[in-house]
Design a protein around this ligand. Structure first.
Ligand code: NAI
Ligand code: HPV
Length: 592
């Protein structure tokens, strides 16, 4: 049975697919690893006890209510870094805004339990994404619900600086009446440079045009047609700097944008420019801005965000008479906060349920339809990885793995990121204590020096099924089952999906056919009558059920490989007896 709720991508399948759980969970894990049916999960399998979500900063009530329908919700605000690290090992998810630093220490302190960090907002510069990825923790954000609020705040600051609203307000409240001092500048006909033409930047541009401004934008990644559609010209950084009367910042804080506005940039701006920053404090070198304000190069600045928040008391920018400040209020409207809270609660609950989050920051997004179609192949790839690595003789390290996908579909119609992650999971988990999921698969592979390359074979035929067969090959190793080495000198296993179930269809150069469930015995014997009966007897004496059996031979009377699928694990004694059958040349027992 498969269930899909199209609205938010809930998928339940009878197949055994887990992108995150190890076969043996630590006892503190709150979700028991389910038997059947299993759920296609990325991060967790929500059966049994409720997960725990720590909400470390205030979010809208609608989000909290939604979280409570699925999880135990611990709203603990103003935690010190130490308190957060202490609490986190008891939590499956953490929700923060911009005020909490989710550092490497937080992920380390979580000791594997933290499955998802939800950033209730856009900027994820307060979350150590590399550390999250390395720990297999998904990071999701809420990228759309506060766009308008941030754009409106940008416009509020733009109009406030142009008319000295904040300064004049303070002056009147101080008992003064300084009409000549606070003469402003008009916006109409002035040039506004929007730096960062994304969601917020384009909404600011749209509104500024309504105020009669000439709007230009600089954004190396923005599509020109989107700008054209709202009458905005995309220009170079240089042109934006040198022609703008007002500059409004709307790019993310990244290593590339850090201190993008510095002494050198300020030396190129039009004298008397006014700067609005509702993005991130770190995109401006604050000391350089102070110098530019003092020299009159920058006439005024309006800042909602600061390098350090809250800024220290003695911060000269905050106290500067030509600077208008607000305490990171861009997203703070009632409407935006309700929207953000719902957006992040849905993303976090979805992730805990095992859905692939649409707002994932550190994992590839795989659409629901693709996920459903690929699910049996996801199981197949993990199992092929598991089998292949168990065929490696002790002592030989796995470094070079090739995965071949044979499909009638063109490479653009086949997204293999999920399959690749699952091969990595299958290869690494049986021989280590790490757990691998879609988030950390590439990182873990790299860390272990595992080079996994992918290859496509494009077959003729109708592209109804996504894949015909998948082959996993391990090069430069010895095998404990010599017959698993194909003519190319690599351990080779190949599988297909038959009736929705993963099957092993080739080992080395031998064609086999066994359903990949339970465990299997691979056995090479000289092809002669009676062997199947002898092996079958030994297994049945153990009361172990044989679920599948196939024999593939090179030629009559020569060698054959028998593949036996077993529901339970036979005793060592039984395995020894199989090895003692005279015609059996080699055999291996593999757990799936
Ligand atoms: N003050 C506040 O409360 C809020 C602040 N923000 C901040 O506003 C910023 C923008 O948010 P969104 O528009 O939602 O993000 P977005 O991702 O939609 O847009 C960011 C744009 O910046 C562009 N960009 C990246 N590097 C650039 C560079 N070197 N030069 C110019 N453009 C560059 C990107 O191409 C993208 O189009 C983020 O930093 C976010 O954290 C967002 C919401 C509220
Ligand atoms: O969404 C963003 O990037 C913001 O800066 C909003 O931050 P906040 O959630 O208000 O702390």
């Amino acid at each position: 049975m498969s269930v899909i709720s199209s609205s938010n991508l809930t998928i339940s399948l009878n197949t055994t697919i887990s992108l995150s759980w190890r076969s043996s969970l630590p006892s503190r894990a709150i979700f028991p690893r389910p038997k059947k049916p299993k759920t296609l999960v990325v991060l967790a399998t929500a059966l049994g006890a409720k997960p725990t979500v720590l909400v470390a900063e205030k979010i809208g009530d609608a989000g909290i209510q939604l979280l409570k329908t699925f999880a135990n919700v611990d709203c603990s605000y103003n935690l010190s870094p130490e308190e957060l690290c202490t609490k986190i090992s008891l939590c499956d998810a953490l929700i923060v805004r911009s005020g909490t630093k989710v550092t490497r220490e937080v992920f380390e302190s979580a000791m594997g339990r933290l499955k998802v960090v939800g950033r209730a907002g856009v900027g994820i510069d307060n979350v150590d994404i590399s550390a999250a990825t390395e720990h297999g923790c998904l990071v999701v954000n809420a990228p759309t619900a506060n766009t308008i609020a941030a754009a409106e705040h940008g416009i509020a600051l733009l109009t406030a600086v142009s008319r000295n609203v904040a300064q004049a307000d303070a002056s009147v409240k101080a008992g003064k009446w300084e009409r000549n001092k606070y003469v402003g500048v008009s916006l109409v006909g002035k040039t506004l440079a929007v730096m960062g033409f994304g969601k917020v930047g384009s909404e600011v541009a749209r509104r500024a045009k309504g105020l009669g401004m000439q709007v230009i934008a600089h954004d190396p990644y923005a599509p020109a047609d989107r700008a054209r559609a709202i009458g905005v010209e995309l220009v170079s950084f240089e042109e934006a700097l040198t022609t703008a009367d007002f500059i409004s910042l709307h790019m993310p804080l990244t290593p590339a944008t850090s201190k993008m506005f510095n002494d050198e940039t300020f030396s190129r701006v039009k004298k008397g420019v006014r700067i609005i920053n509702v993005a991130r404090g770190g995109v401006i070198d604050e000391e350089a801005l102070l110098r530019a304000l003092d020299s009159g190069v920058v006439a005024q600045a309006a800042l909602d965000v600061f390098t350090e928040e809250p800024p220290p008391q003695e911060n000269k920018l905050v106290r500067h008479e030509n600077v208008t400040v607000t305490p990171h209020l861009g997203a703070s409207t009632t409407e935006a906060q309700e929207g953000v809270a719902l957006e992040i609660a849905e993303a976090v609950v979805g992730a805990l349920r095992g859905e692939l989050a649409a707002t994932a920051v550190n994992a590839p997004m795989v659409p629901a339809e693709v996920l459903l179609e690929l699910s049996p192949y996801v199981a197949l790839t993990e199992k092929l990885g598991r089998l292949a690595v168990q065929l490696v003789a002790g002592g030989s390290g796995v470094k070079f793995v090739k995965v071949t996908y044979a499909s009638t579909r063109g490479p653009d119609d086949l997204d293999t990121r999920l399959l690749r992650a699952m091969v990595t999971k299958g290869l690494i988990e049986p021989v280590s204590s790490v757990f691998v999921n879609l988030v950390n698969a590439d990182f873990i592979a790299k860390q272990r020096g595992l080079r996994l390359t992918e290859e496509r074979i494009v077959l003729d035929g109708s592209p109804e099924k996504p894949l015909e067969f998948i082959q996993v090959r391990i090069a430069n190793v010895e095998s404990k089952f010599v017959s698993a080495i194909s003519n190319s000198g690599e351990i080779t296993v190949e599988g297909r999906v038959k009736d929705g179930k993963p099957h092993l269809t080739k080992v080395g150069s031998f064609g086999v056919d066994v359903s990949l469930e339970g465990s299997i015995v691979l056995c090479r014997q000289s092809d002669q009558p009676g062997i199947i009966g002898k092996v079958g007897n030994i297994i049945s004496e153990e009361n172990v059920n044989v679920n599948f059996m196939s024999v593939g031979r090179i030629a009559p009377g020569k060698q054959a490989v028998m593949t036996i699928g077993l529901d339970e694990e036979p005793s060592r004694d039984a395995l020894k007896k199989i090895g003692e059958i005279t015609a059996v040349e080699e055999f291996v027992f593999l757990k799936l």
